[in-house]
Design a binder for this molecule. Structure first.
Ligand code: GDP
Ligand code: IMO
Ligand code: MG
Length: 422
């Protein structure tokens, strides 16, 4: 069997969590392959709403196995809070959630280093989630990281060595922050991790594939936040692209099957960095209010704008997307017309290629399409979709060269329309 991959094609928050939950019944195993508690994946069903940060979004449907893969960075304190919140709402994860021994740990001092780095950048700050993601991956690549598997051996020594190194760095940066007060909670989180089965997830997943099991790899963030291909340096610190599923789970590229690319019917971004189609007017505010575009981790208002097909086409190319999934279609239900960015004009020259750098000279080239002016939130099947909406989808499919197989018309699990089966 193959591993199917589901990932975001924009700047994150595309609605990946909801779609993973919808697709879970088709799979045996759901595995997160990168990122950490910078992610906030929201799911809604039966009148309840859940926000997941490190736990994969396959945890709610049908007792499937969920894995936190080796490419993830895990904060024990935040993980414990997440597990306890899920348990309090009646979801016991212990027999269904496995954690890779090779996943790296985020220490309290990583959070301090994240804040210190941001404060040193001043106006040029990235606008990180402040969860220590960058410093934890820096330690991983610098071969200084602490892994989940270390919990089983000489952990205290390794922890102290890392903290001393971090404190030295913080001193050099002249940054004062009390991470000691977070230590108690952190070690309680480590105890919580020990309640779960720690596995060699690479062997586990490959054995499952050989046994005919179906695996869905769940991405966090989005392709334009990828460390290599995103709008660097305003990116996250991991490979959010499809190749990240190979390194983040230990599956060979030849085993990748479908690649689901999730995108919003418009575009949002949290934090700093370029955003060519960003709207600073009433329309941008309308999208924010109708789409309730506020960060699920930090509560920050998300920046809103029109859909950017240059960026999505680039993401499709890098990720090898086989199926597109459009989310938050309903948010545009009341618009008279909808703009679609089909190219960039850079200093008078039009291009359809995502450039090395996006700066102020990059101007979006728009095509304007008629809105559908229909409440789609209660639609049950494909043939009820309004004709202008279908025309919008056809325009996107023609421009992007990939079919939109699922459309989401509301936050609930049930508000999902499948267009092509098979
Ligand atoms: P993720 O990080 O990619 O999982 O996305 P987030 O959960 O951060 O953000 C997506 C938000 O949109 C969440 O609040 C979802 O509940 C919500 N959502 C998902 N799909 C739809 C949809 O089709 N319509 C509307 N209105 N909201 C949606
Ligand atoms: P999900 O999985 C949206 C953004 C941050 C910041 C940049 C770097 O919910 O889609 P980091 O803390 O990773 O060092 O921050 O990346 N960012 C996200 N934006 N959705 C996310 O995750 C994000 N995770 C990180 O806002 O601009
Ligand atoms: Mg999110």
């Amino acid at each position: 069997m193959n591993v199917d991959v589901l990932l975001g094609l924009q700047w994150g928050d595309e609605g990946k969590g909801k779609i993973v939950d919808v697709l879970t019944p088709e799979y045996d195993i759901i595995a997160r392959f990168q990122g950490g508690p910078n992610a906030g994946h929201t799911l809604e069903f039966k009148g309840k709403k859940y926000v997941l940060r490190s736990v994969p979004s396959g945890i709610f449907q049908g007792g499937k196995i969920n894995i936190i893969g080796n490419g993830v960075v895990l904060d024990p304190a935040l993980f414990k809070a997440e597990v306890e919140a899920l348990e309090a709402s009646g979801h016991d994860l212990t027999k269904r959630l496995f954690i890779s021994r090779k996943a790296h740990l985020i220490l309290p001092t990583h959070r301090s280093l994240d804040l210190a780095s941001e404060s040193m950048k001043g106006n040029g700050k990235i606008g990180t989630t402040g969860k220590g993601i960058g410093p934890a991956y820096t330690d991983k690549v610098g071969r200084n990281g602490l892994r989940v598997g270390d919990i089983e051996t000489c952990f205290e020594t390794k922890y102290k060595e890392a903290v001393n190194r971090h404190k030295f760095l913080l001193q050099q940066m002249n940054f004062k922050y009390d991470s000691d007060s977070l230590e108690k909670e952190w070690f309680e989180g480590v105890e919580c991790i020990k309640r779960f089965q720690l596995i060699d997830s690479d062997h586990f997943i490959n054995k499952a594939l050989r046994a005919g099991k179906k695996v869905l790899a769940e991405g966090a963030q989005g392709t334009i936040l990828d460390i290599d291909f995103g709008s660097y340096p305003f990116v996250t610190s991991s490979n959010t692209v499809c190749a990240g599923a190979c390194t983040g789970l230990g599956v060979p590229p030849s085993k990748i099957g479908k690649v689901y690319g999730v995108f919003k019917a418009y575009c949002t971004r949290v934090g700093s960095g370029p955003f060519p189609t960003e709207l600073f007017d009433e329309t941008g505010l309308k999208i924010r209010e109708l789409g309730y575009e506020y960060g699920s981790v930090t509560g920050r208002p998300r920046r809103c704008g029109w859909i950017d097909l240059v960026a999505i086409r680039y993401a499709i190319m890098i990720d090898g997307v086989t199926d597109l999934i459009m989310v938050k279609s309903d948010v545009l239900d009341t618009f008279d017309t909808i703009k679609v960015c089909v190219a960039y004009n850079i200093n008078g020259v039009e291009t359809e290629d995502f450039p090395f750098e996006i700066n102020d000279s990059v101007k979006p080239v728009y095509v304007e399409l008629p809105g559908w002016k229909t409440d789609m939130t209660k639609i049950q099947s494909e043939n009820e979709l309004p004709k202008e909406f279908n025309a919008y989808l056809s325009f996107l499919e023609k421009n992007l060269g990939v079919n939109v197989t699922i459309v989401s018309i509301g936050p609930d699990r049930e508000q999902t329309v499948v267009r092509y089966k098979g």
